[in-house]
Design a protein around this ligand. Structure first.
Ligand SMILES: [Zn+2]
Length: 193
């Protein structure tokens, strides 16, 4: 537990002596600090294609600890689960919660093939995740999903949601957007095949 004592918002006192209500400072950039981000993001994109082929919406997510350990890999499963909330990022948090401490999850980076929707962004705020890397912007992805229930809600800029987080959330995206777009193009052209 001590190893993750500095993980953030779930601790009893503010991290690094910061005030609890310091306004969030958003990082609006596509620049990544390290090439190590590309691997997990590409894995999330591959999971989005797998989700499409399974008959679901083309979204994938990978949750990775600071030391590079993958805590969870997940796909969108709203069709196969018959659960409209079965989004990739929510599923990653649920999967990681089975074997990780809240502090471990809070310290992790969420790699999402698509920009997180307000529900998933809210779930990440709730878990204390403070770093997010996403592929395709919601405004770019949404037109490929005509008629999807809640799609317009899903096209909300995730940074607007993360702005209410009690600790700053470092949001990087879009990153590798052309690669992340391919499963959406396939979904629009062929559906889940
Ligand atoms: Zn979502």
């Amino acid at each position: 537990m001590l190893r993750f004592a500095k993980a953030g918002s779930l601790s009893a006192s503010p991290p690094n002596g910061a005030a609890w209500y310091t306004p969030p400072t958003m990082t609006e950039t596509t620049k990544l600090d390290s090439d190590t981000d590309f691997g997990p993001l590409r894995e999330a994109i591959a999971l989005s294609e797998a989700a499409r082929k399974r008959g679901n919406m083309p979204f994938g997510a990978v949750l990775v600890a600071p030391d590079g350990t993958v805590l969870a890999r997940s796909e969108n499963a709203i069709v196969t689960d018959r659960d409209i909330t079965s989004h990739a990022e929510i599923n990653a948090i649920r999967a990681a919660s089975k074997h990780c401490t809240p502090q471990q999850i809070a310290a992790a980076t969420m790699y999402a093939s698509g920009e997180p929707c307000p529900m998933c962004s809210g779930a990440m705020i709730r878990t204390g995740v403070r770093r997010v890397v996403f592929g395709i912007r919601a405004t770019v992805a949404t037109p490929y999903l005509p008629g999807a229930v809640g799609a317009m809600v899903g096209s909300v800029d995730c940074r607007k949601v993360f702005a209410v987080a009690p600790t700053p959330v470092d949001v990087r995206g879009p990153v590798l957007e052309d690669e992340a777009k391919a499963p959406f193009e396939a979904f629009a052209a062929r559906g889940a095949r």
